[in-house]
Design a protein around this ligand. Structure first.
Ligand code: UDP
Ligand code: MG
Length: 310
């Protein structure tokens, strides 16, 4: 019998915990033809999440838990989870159970048919209009600036075959964007639709700033297109400035018109200054990432795996 692991990163999800357990028990009942392993990753929660996990692990051996040494963020929690699972396939799910378990049988079926990456696409979302629209826009921009096919409206909810697990395990960068990495590794992909549910307990960890951060991180860890855009922008502005320079020279020398001083200078300085700052900022984004990666630190440290220090 094949083993399938479900990784659930959890940060302060004690309120959602009964829901997780209930859902996972349903997964067990609905899919008896597989061995199931539920790996709960405690991402440095400050509430009772860890106690809940320990409790559940002692009650039911299907549940394992990985306790990280602090809060690292969801991406790293997922990376850590990947290192500790034993399954032939893995499914990522959110602790708030916004991902419906009723698509899991379909995922398994496509996996059996030979697909390596079965990703779930949101047909309907229960997020606010603004969050929905910005997220759509973001995916489309991302797709436009990169040549790798991107799975639109897809979150982290997906099933990955062991080939993909191995691939992701070998990608040790700590500035991660799992979605983008899944697109990058390729392999046979299959999208299935699902209706996102509302978060029932606890609250979302993402405010607007955190989401903006995530989006910029996703963009910069996925593509160097912004650097290219900066160069193009610089080139374009220089060309325009040169043409303007010729124009000024001709009007003053040939038609002896007096040069309009202050406004033109101000506009040029402000415009160029803005573009320069923007481009330096873009370079800085990448430089920051390089700085973090060259330190080559391990992505995370572990307090305990099922009660033992690894
Ligand atoms: N999460 C995490 N570490 C963090 C923030 C979030 O492991 O620092 C987990 C969280 O417990 C949940 C998942 O990531 O399982 C998604 O978080 P959330 O539901 O808050 O995000 P949203 O669904 O609103 O995008
Ligand atoms: Mg959520």
């Amino acid at each position: 019998m094949k083993t399938v692991s479900i990784i659930i990163p959890a940060y302060n999800e004690a309120e959602s915990f009964p829901l997780i357990v209930e859902n996972m028990q349903q997964v067990l009942e609905m899919n008896p033809n597989y061995n199931w392993e539920f790996l709960l990753v405690n991402d440095g929660s400050t509430d009772a999440t860890l106690e809940c996990m320990i409790n559940q692990h002692t009650q039911d051996s299907h549940f394992s838990y990985l306790d990280l040494s602090r809060n690292y963020g969801k991406e790293i929690a997922m990376m850590a989870g990947l290192d500790y699972i034993n399954g032939d396939a893995v499914i990522f799910m959110d602790a708030d159970m916004q991902h419906p378990i009723n698509v899991i049988p379909d995922m398994l079926q496509y996996w059996e048919e030979g697909y390596d990456d079965v990703y779930a696409q949101r047909r309907t979302s229960k997020e606010t209009w603004v969050k929905k629209k910005t997220s759509q826009l973001y995916y489309r921009i991302l797709q436009d600036v990169t040549s790798i096919p991107i799975q639109i409206d897809t979150g982290d909810f997906r099933l990955l075959d062991s080939t993909c697990i191995d691939a992701l395990r070998r990608m040790r960068e700590t500035e991660r964007n799992t979605k983008g990495m899944c697109s990058w590794i390729g392999f046979h992909k299959k999208g299935i639709y699902y209706d996102q549910k509302q978060r029932v307990a606890g609250k979302s960890k993402w405010n607007f700033l955190a989401l903006l951060n995530l989006a910029l991180n996703g963009l910069t860890s996925y593509t160097t297109a912004p650097l290219r855009i900066a160069s193009i922008l610089g080139g374009a502005v220089s060309v325009v400035a040169f043409i303007y320079l010729l124009y000024i020279m001709v009007t003053t020398l040939v038609f002896s018109e007096p040069v309009q001083g202050f406004p033109t200078i101000m506009i040029t300085i402000l415009f160029l200054g803005g573009i320069q700052l923007l481009c330096i900022g873009i370079i800085g984004e990448y430089l920051g990432k390089v700085f973090k990666e060259v330190k080559n630190r391990p992505g995370y440290f572990v307090n305990s795996y099922n009660g033992e220090r690894p």
